[in-house]
Design a protein around this ligand. Structure first.
Ligand code: 7TS
Length: 408
């Protein structure tokens, strides 16, 4: 079992006092903190190696290019892609899903269908709305059963008309883990492409894109100990070969003539302009850090935290937990509301106790509407959170209830 206390020592930012209380950071679904090892790599890159990639022959340029491409190989191994040709550096999940949306515009015909779920993050809704509006295709939603994805509804809504199925692997609100491997199989049976939004899964569990047999998979570096502004879009090589580059310009070409150009091969065909070199290299360091702990150990530890905290939350009078009620079906993301209290007031009160959580619609407004609420409080865990953090949260929720009940 991983040692969260030992791990937390690698994150200097966590060792601080907020509102006279030790910081308890429970907003990891929004972004995670970065260990010293990642900050050191970022610093060392700018101190020692900074140069543009794939251009110069000088020593610094060689070093930067080697480290950038070595990082791509680390990401390939991390998600078990067949080849680095399938690993495209992006700004993050949102960029990846937008690129897929643009590809969909090449494919979709009027009356074709795209199947997503009601629990999707806006990043996995709006690119599909845009693609459907441009092509006349229909955007279809699968709904929920017992706080999780209703598989019967998914099956009912899949048909020969479905050309893309795009689903969150883990919901950033409900915390449920969707059976994307099974759904990929069903999607392929009707000839649809399977897209997995891995923003909330890749940081927390072992990912094997070959085993999932998804056609695309997206992740964001900043949610897995890496810097902001860097992520990965995985796509099967044969599909990426069908796709036009989304952006064009320097870096992505082999030859440019007056009227046309020849693109580079994969993966560089998609990486126009100077990329986020430092970000990619530091994300490689984040992967090293995660792998030194082990993704299975991370998943098991988070399951243990959820098994510890969920019953305690459920036992609080007036507290409603959204999503599955069984801890075994719940990843380390828990959204809830306290009866009679506005989630923003709850989040502010928790902050007074040093506990950082998020309140709002969590960029999932269709889901929030579907649940019949306007906002919710959300706590989300990572490798440096401890059972003591969970106890502090519970104590802070009780203090919040007492404070408001005494005031109003
Ligand atoms: N998909 C899911 C499931 C997400 O949770 C997020 C970010 C994204 C896509 C977009 O990722 P980005 O890195 O491109 O922004 N989710 C959240 C969140 O829950 N709170 O802040 C960001």
């Amino acid at each position: 079992m991983l040692d969260a206390y030992k791990i937390s020592k690698d994150f200097a930012i966590l060792d601080q006092i907020v509102n006279d209380e030790p910081l308890v950071y429970l907003d990891n679904a929004a972004t995670t903190q970065k260990p010293q090892a990642v900050l050191d790599v970022l610093n060392a890159y700018y101190h020692e190696d900074n140069a543009n990639v794939h251009r110069g022959v000088h020593t610094l340029a060689e070093r930067a290019t080697t480290a950038y491409e070595a990082s791509r190989e680390k990401l390939r191994k991390f998600i078990n892609a067949k080849s680095t040709k399938e690993v495209l550096f992006t700004r993050g999940t949102t960029t990846g899903l937008n690129w897929i949306g643009r590809f969909a515009e090449q494919i979709l015909q009027p009356d074709d269908e795209v199947l997503i779920s009601i629990m999707e993050h806006h990043s996995n809704i709006i690119p599909w709305q845009v693609a459907c509006q441009k092509t006349g295709a229909k955007l279809i939603y699968a709904y929920l059963k017992d706080g999780a994805l209703d598989m019967e509804d998914v099956k009912d809504k899949l048909s020969e008309k479905t050309k893309f199925v795009s689903l969150a692997h883990v919901s950033n609100v409900l915390g449920c883990i969707n059976p994307v491997k099974k759904i990929a199989e069903l999607a392929h049976k009707v000839g649809a492409y399977m897209v997995v939004d891995g923003a909330q899964s890749a940081p927390h569990m072992k990912i094997d894109v070959q085993d999932l047999d998804c056609d695309f998979f997206t992740l964001s570096g900043h949610k897995m100990l890496g810097p902001t502004g860097i992520g990965v879009l995985y796509g099967k090589e044969e599909i990426l070969n069908l796709m036009d580059p989304i952006e064009s310009g320097g870096e992505m070409i082999d030859f440019v003539y007056e009227q046309e150009a020849i693109w580079k091969e994969l993966p560089w065909k998609f990486e126009a302009g100077t990329p986020n070199i430092a970000g990619a290299i530091a994300l490689g360091a984040a992967i090293d850090y995660l792998e030194s702990i082990g993704m299975d150990a991370i998943h098991a530890y988070e399951q243990e935290l959820v098994a510890y905290i969920l019953p305690k939350l459920q036992a609080i009078e007036g507290l409603t937990v959204y999503g599955p009620q069984d801890p075994r079906q719940h990843a380390g993301v828990i959204a809830f509301n306290l009866e009679g209290l506005h989630p923003h007031d709850v989040a502010t009160a928790l902050d007074y106790e040093g506990v950082a959580v998020r309140a709002g619609h969590h960029c999932a407004q269709p889901l929030i509407n579907h649940l019949g609420i306007s906002t919710a409080v959300r706590v989300s865990f990572y490798i440096y959170n401890t059972k003591e953090d969970c106890d502090k949260l519970i104590q802070a929720i009780h203090a919040t209830k007492e404070f408001f009940n005494g005031t109003f």
